[in-house]
Design a protein around this ligand. Structure first.
Ligand code: C2E
Ligand code: CA
Ligand code: CA
Length: 451
């Protein structure tokens, strides 16, 4: 057997994977004993000289050495090459259980060994729940590691020749999932610059009193005009921002600008001689924002900076916020105690726990537009919307119907006792200057344009 230290020469392994795969064969049966410590944890004992697994065999477990030493090598007999000797605390055999490829090296006990077995299923669960980007990075490094092993083996057996580049890294580039991951990474990088480079802006969609059609407030909605991509769909970039921590600087930006714009709405109401007492701005707040320990303090500081009142701000949250998010629920409590109203957005689409209604931790229900859209075509949707409005009324909570697109939907909602409406029937989201012109006005019903 050769030792890795005896090899020299340039390593040019990138882009190469082990060329030949020996037919699958499971890990050694030469073990002395399996001891089930718990359903998830088994200990394996090996004697000196036992083969634990061989190159090319299929991998269904990894090992953590508790005691003893294990040799990892490629090739066999005279041509074998030692890659490493591992001891207590070291892990081996993990590569194959991560990507289900055959073993790219063999393992042998040098002396009596006691190892903890980690099953492929245990690892698979964790990998599946990780982000696609993490999975891609792991897969790439395994790929390179295997190529490196194959290269070392080829150097140890010069008569065999260097391995063929069976799977080049360029193969990744053709994979659709890989492209999607790369696109997301690029989108994230562009989005990081968006706040810094002033590429975000807010638009305002009016909320109306459904009985007299007067505009009583606006929902602020975020837009991103990316220099390279154009106007990016909010559902695409906000979902990404919420998966990462990017939503936090973006959330601060949204609060700052929504409060500054609320000040301008108030000035407009003053100018036209109307009271601004009942006027409000609804701001969408994500769970991560509410989870920040200082969210409430930041919100208060922001309202003071712009001289706007808590009573004129509604915070829109989704049902997700009530899903074991203790910090978020605490934050909501503080905001409500200070006079901010909390609206439950997209009601009926989330986790449908009615606990928060029983504890009455909110001030308003916003019925999801998927129900409103079916209101005049599905009896079931009609029954559900009517029941939601009834429950809310009995709890003393107003309801907002979002996504009203037709006069028939509006009439049905009025008849059911829904107080507030929003939707393309009245207006699309508008730039601030146009929205300022609508405050306090009754709105004519607009023809419906596709968004
Ligand atoms: P959302 O909070 O449910 O916002 C309402 C969405 O419904 C808006 O989409 C609005 O343009 C759209 N909409 C309003 N009326 C109608 C209608 O009659 N028909 C149809 N088909 N759609 C209607 P938008 O602006 O694309 O926002 C999508 C989602 O992105 C929002 O859903 C919200 O979850 C998120 N979002 C938008 N702005 C912000 C923000 O400032 N902060 C956070 N955290 N999320 C935001
Ligand atoms: Ca909303
Ligand atoms: Ca909504």
């Amino acid at each position: 057997m050769k030792n890795i230290a005896s090899l020299n020469g340039p390593l040019v392994a990138a882009g190469v994977v082990p060329a030949e795969a020996v037919p699958p064969d499971h890990d050694s049966s030469a073990l002395v004993a399996d001891i089930a410590v718990s359903p998830e944890c088994t200990i394996r004992l090996f004697s000196a000289g036992d083969t634990i697994f061989t190159e090319g065999s299929s991998a269904d477990r990894a090992y953590i050495i508790e005691s003893g030493y294990v040799e990892i090598f490629v090739g066999s007999g005279e041509d074998s090459l030692q890659l490493s000797v591992l001891g207590p605390g070291d892990i081996f055999g993990e590569m194959g259980i991560i990507d289900a490829a055959p073993r790219s090296a063999s393992a042998k006990a040098i002396c009596p060994c006691r190892c903890i077995v980690v099953s492929a299923a245990q690892v698979a669960e964790r990998i599946e729940s990780s982000s696609p980007m993490v999975r891609l990075f792991i897969s790439m490094s395994l790929h390179r590691n295997r190529a490196y092993n194959a290269y070392l083996k080829a150097l140890a057996t010069p008569h065999v020749g260097l391995p063929r580049p069976a799977v080049s890294e360029k193969t990744y580039a053709k994979n659709q999932q890989y492209q999607q991951i790369l696109d997301d990474i690029k989108l994230e990088a562009d989005l990081q610059n968006a706040v810094r480079n002033d590429e975000l802006f807010l638009v305002y969609q009016p909320l109306l009193n459904l009985h007299n059609r007067r505009v009583i407030g606006f929902e602020s909605l975020l837009r991103w005009q990316c220099p390279q991509r154009g106007l990016v769909n909010p559902q695409q970039f906000i979902a990404l921002a919420e998966e990462t921590t990017l939503i936090l600087p973006m959330g601060d930006w949204i609060l700052e600008h929504s409060c500054a714009d609320l000040r301008r709405f108030q000035d407009q109401l003053d100018r036209i001689g109307q009271s601004s007492a009942d006027f409000f701005i609804s701001i969408n707040i994500s769970v991560r924002q509410f989870q920040q320990p200082d969210f409430f303090d930041r919100l208060m500081a922001c309202t003071q900076r712009h001289q706007v009142k808590a009573q004129q701000i509604k915070l829109e949250v989704t049902e997700r916020v009530f899903l074991d998010e203790i910090e978020a629920i605490d934050s909501i409590g503080k905001c409500r105690a200070a006079g901010f109203e909390v609206s439950l957005d997209d009601f009926g689409t989330g986790y449908s726990s009615l606990n928060y209604l029983e504890r009455c931790e909110i001030d308003c229900l916003k019925i999801d537009r998927s129900f409103i859209q079916k209101l005049c075509t599905s009896d079931r949707a009609k029954i559900l919307v009517s029941a939601i409005i009834d429950i809310a009324r009995q709890l003393g909570l107003p309801t907002v119907a979002e996504g009203i697109e037709t006069p028939a939907q509006m009439v049905a909602l009025q008849a059911m006792g829904c107080e507030i409406g929003q939707g393309f029937l009245f207006s699309h989201p508008l730039p601030l200057t146009e929205a300022l012109g609508l405050v306090g006005q009754p709105l004519a019903i607009a023809p419906v344009n596709p968004a």
